[in-house]
Every structure is written in C-alpha cells, then in structure tokens.
Ligand binder design. Structure first.
Ligand SMILES: *[C@@H]1O[C@H](CO)[C@@H](O)[C@H](O)[C@H]1NC(C)=O
Ligand SMILES: *[C@@H]1O[C@H](CO)[C@@H](O)[C@H](O)[C@H]1NC(C)=O
Ligand SMILES: *[C@@H]1O[C@H](CO)[C@@H](O)[C@H](O)[C@H]1NC(C)=O
Ligand SMILES: *[C@@H]1O[C@H](CO)[C@@H](O)[C@H](O)[C@H]1NC(C)=O
Length: 643
C-alpha cells in the first residue's frame, strides 16, 4: 500500500469510529474533537478520489464507506434523503424514480452499511457489487457434508419411449397499468404508461400498440395470448415450469398490496389456461424489489411466501406449504411420473438482495442448501429423477460466488439424480454447463446443464416460451424448441400476436456437431451442451446464430473478440466464480434512455433488465464523479455538526 493510502485509511478509520460512536456515544468529547480536527485537516473526498485515480480502488471504497456510514448512523431517514439527492444529481433516473426506489431500498442499504466493518469481507462484497471497486472476496471454504457417498452409476440411458412435453416460460413482468396508445418513448425503466399529459393516448407521437413494445413490460393481452398459444401448441403438455418474475419494472412504485395482487392475478390466469404449473420465487415478487431477508434478520418478506404458497399449493399440495412459507422453496413429487421438482429460492444468493450484506455473511441463509441436500438424498434413495428450478441461474454475475460454489458442490454430488436445471432472470436465451473440474472444462467433465428460458416481457427481445421433449422415464431433456411472437409481424398489434417456432436445439446446434446429434431419442446431455460451446468457439456462423437467437432476432449486436471470449466463459460456468465477470468501476450509471436497448449480452453486472436498483447506480456513481463525493462529504459533515 502506498504511504498516502495508509494515511488516508488511518484517517478513515477514525471517522468510522466517530460515525459508529456518535450512535453509542462511547467516545470521550476529547477524542471526538481530535477526530474532527483530523477530518478538517484534509478532505476525505480528495483522498478517495486520489486513491481511485491511483488504482487503489478497494482502499478508496473503504473511504466511501466511511462517508456513507457517517450518514447512515443518523438513521434511515437521513440516509434515504442524502441518497435520493445524490441519485437526482447523478441523474441515474428521473426524480420520481429516484425518490420512489431509493425510498424503498434505502433503509435496507443503510442497515447493511451501519453494521458493516471496514475492511471485512462484507465490505468488499459491497464495494464490488455497488461500486465495482473491489474484487469479490474468495469463497469461504465450506466442504458440504453429504449423508451418503456419490453412487458410481452415471446418468441413466433414455428409455426410448414416446417423449413427454414440458413447457417453460419466464419473466412475464405483467404491467396492469399499460395503456394502449400512451407513449412508448420515455426516460423511465418502462414506458407505455401515461406518466405525463403529453404521454396520454392521442397526445403522444410514439403511441404504444395494444399488444406490447420493447420499451415496456407485458400488457395483460400479450400474457393471455401466450397462455392460449401454449394451450393450442402443446395441448398435451405434461407440466409447465414458470421460473418467476411476475411484477413489472416500475420498481419505484411497487407496494405489498400491489405485488400481492399481481402474484394472485398471474397464477389465477395460469390455473385457468394450463395444467400443472411449478413456480419459483422471482426477485421482483417482493417489495421492495429484491428484498428477501433471511429469517435470522427479519420476517418482512413473510407476506411474499404466504402469497406464493396460496397460489402454488393448488399444484404442489398442502404438504409443501410449510417449506414455502418458511423459505420460499419446495420439493414436490410430479403426480404422473417418477419426477420430483425442487423449487429453490435463489434470492438468497442474489447480489441485489441487499439484506445479504450482513456482518457476518450467512453461509447458508435459512438452511436452504442443507434442506436441498436432504431432499436430493431422499430422492436418490427413492430412485426418483429431479428437476431443479429457480429464478436466477447459479453461474451468473448476479450470483454470489459463495452460494454458487456451495450449490455447485451439491449439483456435482447429485448429478446422476438431477436430470436438468431450469432458470430465467436474464431475459435472454442461453444455457450454462456445470463441471466436475472447472480447471478442465471439457465434455468429459461436464456434469449438468442449466436451461435458461428467454422472457415473455419484450424488453430484451421477442416474447418467448419453450417446449422440451423429455423422456417419460428418466425425464432427460431430448430437445428444446423455442416459440416467439414476432413483434415485427404486421398482425402483431392488429389481429394479435402469432406464436411460431423459432428454432430447436437439435436442428440448429445438434445437426452441426461432429458427430451430429439429431436422433430424437438421444439426450441433450451436459457433454452435448459443452460440445455446443466448442462448436461456437470454432464456428463463428453458428456462434452468431446463437447470439441472434439470444434476443430472438431483435436488436442483434455483433459479438466478437472479448465479447465472444466472455460469452463462452459464461456458458461454461455453472459456478459463478468461473464466469470471467469482472466488476467495472461505477458499474452502469446511465438511465434507461441513454442505454442501448437490447444490450443484454452479458455485460458484467448487467442488472438493467433483471432487477434495477437506483441505490446501486447512485452509489456506483460515487466512484466516477468527484462532485458527488464532495457532496456526500459535505452532507456527512453537516449531519455531524448538527449532532
Ligand atoms: C423520444 O423523446 C425524445 C425526448 O422527448 C425525443 O428527442 C426523441 O426524438 C423521441 N424519439 C422518438 C422515436 O420519438
Ligand atoms: C403507482 O401505482 C398505483 C397503484 O398501486 C397507480 O395507481 C399509479 O398510477 C402508479 N403510478 C405510476 C407513476 O405508474
Ligand atoms: C414477524 O416477527 C414478529 C416478531 O419478531 C412477530 O410479531 C410477527 O407476528 C411476525 N410476522 C409474521 C407475518 O410472521
Ligand atoms: C462431445 O465431443 C467429443 C469430442 O468431439 C465426443 O467424443 C463426444 O462424443 C461428444 N459428446 C456428445 C454428447 O456429443
């Protein structure tokens, strides 16, 4: 560490002490006076800025934390008010979005910051996630104890019997306040609401059609159209997987009753149109968005679990109720075959669930991993096949390395019992491969495939759903076919969305492998998916086709060089520490209007589509805007002077 950094850290340390002690007043007046003199003598903001310029970014972040603590100790109100002001100054969102979002998530961030120790792993995790200034701390070792050794038997061979159909859709993000004819051109996270008089139908120069727009969430008509299409195209579906996110992206204006109604309405429609639906908890189901506190901290998300339980028990039975109500997860037996579906609450490993930034970080929030191990072990002993479903894919940049590492150990142990894993959250069409050895990521070490279903909401591509052909005995996935409603189709806004097949994995990828994998009865094994990544690597035409399919042909950006390397690395990362994502300083700071739409091609920490946070963007801007740092410092000093 350079001398100036050491000096500034010493000064920072004292302010942190002062900040903490102002609350418990354990410092003597003389000590406080000394600290105040030390602060007056130099500007912390200047030191922090120098550290950032000199690439001492993690040190700089600890300094920013000192300033934030200096605000947070004065209470949630003080923190929310300063953070809202900074959000507006930074112009990360419109003023009303800043007020609403920071008002909702600010108290959770303030709670974490107040309790955070400088230099701790929690503080580094925070600095990495919010400001992009520290690398993620290495995973605290936890070798998960398993009740039984892994059996020698591998994945069972397909039975060759007539396949079943399994449907998946995800990220429906229904906007009940969507108004046809209102403006689709706005500066908020979603448009197609008459936010101002000029946005009203008849006034706007960019009127939204009735059935959806890429700058808006899903109108109810588009939602119903998808359920009807599923019913028509797959009348014989055995079961449906819905991988979460019901509520719209107007996250500055959600509330508990609003979200409860969205959850209830969506599952009611599903129950009217579809057979068995297995759901999972999306990060948008909660209010504030993303807020899922472990029970050891708070039971404030109890209402979400209760709301989900009320809906899910019609399909998973009353026996699953207690697990849903306690951790938002369940394990249930499919009634018509030898399959168990385990739905995980992945919000416990989600970077934007600010309740997780505790001192100390919980190793296994609410014991979900331990519970999962017990469920899988019982399933294995009973000879059952298992599908794991969840909202956030476990290899994403959004997934904490620690939780992802622990779950990867479980997936490796039970890789002969788990037939496949299914997720959503990213809104794009892709997959992730898990390996038994991440230093040898090849076909022989591939142990699991995660299927990531593109969204219904059109914000990052054409509205989509998937159909899997699966073996009726082993539940192995034999093929996947993705359907879309093409929004460029002239009929889309008039006679209505037309749902058509976009592609199938065997036709588009399997046929180009060497040797080809096209036989209808052959499983798409983890090794198959690894081989597809190798095909992408060597064949740029197939890779470009994949990139185009990711957003279902909409706003396709070219992906070569580093972009391609990053993309391949992500596909080969069922475990997030191996996804090659590195935090970038300040993360992303522009509001939606400035962002390239349809960008969602795995930029590092691309939260825009999955769960935006004005608080995160605001704090991130402190790492790139000296004027905001100065403002933060002067607010901290003002509060201290008043105390
Ligand atoms: C969207 O609104 C902005 C600001 O009002 C305007 O400059 C732009 O031309 C509009 N774009 C379209 C496509 O109407
Ligand atoms: C906020 O939500 C309420 C319903 O909870 C709705 O009446 C209001 O129009 C919404 N405001 C905006 C700006 O969308
Ligand atoms: C949450 O916990 C508090 C006590 O900590 C209890 O009074 C309250 O009833 C609980 N709420 C729910 C919904 O379980
Ligand atoms: C994957 O590729 C390897 C090497 O080309 C080949 O031996 C293996 O059979 C392939 N596996 C599958 C499932 O296609």
């Amino acid at each position: 560490m350079r001398p100036s950094s050491t000096l500034s850290l010493l000064a920072l340390g004292s302010v942190a002490q002062a900040a903490v002690s102002l609350e418990d007043s354990s410092l003597s007046p003389r000590e406080i006076e000394n600290i105040e003199r030390a602060i007056e003598a130099r500007s912390l903001a200047d030191d922090i800025w120098n550290d950032i310029k000199n690439a001492a970014t993690c040190t700089a972040c600890q300094g920013i934390l000192v300033l934030l603590k200096g605000i947070a100790v004065f209470g949630d109100g003080a923190f929310v008010s300063v953070a809202t002001e900074l959000c507006k100054l930074a112009k990360v969102e419109d003023d009303d979005v800043c007020e609403g979002t920071v008002g909702l998530e600010g108290p959770i961030i303030a709670d974490a910051i107040r309790n955070m120790d400088l230099g701790s792993d929690t503080s580094k995790l925070f600095c990495g996630s919010f400001l992009g200034l520290c690398p993620e701390p290495s995973v605290p070792q936890w070798k998960i104890p398993f009740p039984s050794p892994k059996p020698q038997t591998g994945r069972p061979a397909p039975s060759g019997k007539t396949p079943l159909k399994v449907v998946q859709y995800s990220d429906i993000h229904i906007d009940p306040l969507y108004v046809s004819g209102s403006s689709s051109n706005c500066t908020k996270p979603i448009c197609c609401r008459p936010y101002t008089a000029a946005d009203e139908p008849g006034k706007s120069t960019s009127p939204a059609g009735p059935n959806g727009d890429h700058k808006c969430d899903t109108p109810v008509g588009l939602e119903i159209s998808m359920y009807q299409a599923i019913k028509n195209i797959v009348p014989d579906a055995a079961l449906t997987l819905f991988t979460g996110d019901i509520v719209d992206h107007a996250i500055w204006n959600t509330s508990q009753p609003y979200n409860q109604k969205q959850i209830s309405d969506a599952y009611t429609y599903m129950s009217q149109y579809l057979g068995i639906v297995y759901g999972t908890a999306g990060n948008h189901e909660s209010n504030p968005t993303n807020a899922f506190p472990p029970r050891s901290i708070s039971n404030s998300s109890q209402w979400v679990y209760d709301a989900l339980s009320d809906q899910w028990t019609r399909w998973v039975g009353a026996s699953a109720e207690s697990e849903i109500e306690s951790i938002g997860a369940y394990s249930t037996k499919y009634p018509n075959g030898n399959l168990r579906v385990i739905s995980l609450n992945t919000n416990f490993y989600y970077r934007m669930n600010f309740w997780l930034y505790q001192e100390d970080i919980e190793q296994d929030p609410d014991g979900q991993i331990q519970w999962l191990v017990n469920e899988l072990d019982a399933a294995e002993k009973a000879g059952e096949r298992v599908y794991i479903i969840g909202h956030m894919p476990l290899g994403e940049g959004d997934a904490f390395h620690a939780g992802s590492n622990y779950l990867d150990q479980v997936v490796n142990r039970y890789s002969s019992t788990i037939a496949a894993m299914f997720f959503g959250h990213t809104h794009v069409d892709h997959f992730e491969v898990s390996y038994s050895d991440y230093n040898s990521r090849d076909a022989s070490h591939a142990v699991m495939a995660s299927y990531i279903c593109p969204s219904l909401t059109p914000t990052s591509g054409m509205p989509s759903f998937r159909v899997y052909d699966v073996d009726p005995e082993t539940f192995a996935v034999l093929d996947t076919t993705t359907y879309i409603a093409d929004m460029t189709n002239a009929d889309f806004q008039t006679t209505g969305p037309v749902w058509t097949k976009l592609y199938s994995a065997k036709e588009t990828y399997g046929s180009k492998l060497n040797p080809p994998v096209t036989d209808a009865s052959v499983e798409l094994t983890p090794a198959f998916w690894h081989n597809v990544t190798a095909l992408f690597e060597s064949n740029s035409d197939v890779f470009n086709e994949y990139i185009s399919l990711k957003s279902r042909g909409w706003n396709v950006a070219s992906c070569t060089g580093d972009c391609k390397t990053q993309e391949l690395c992500q596909l080969r990362a069922g475990r997030s520490e191996n996804n090659c994502v590195v935090p970038s300083i300040g993360l992303h700071l522009n509001k939606r209007s400035d962002e390239l739409h349809g960008h969602s091609h795995h930029r590092s920490h691309d939260h825009q589509e999955c769960g935006m946070s004005a608080g995160m963007k605001t704090l991130g801007s402190l790492a790139v805007r000296k004027d905001l740092l100065d403002e933060l410092e002067s607010r901290a000093n003002e509060l201290k002077a008043k105390a």
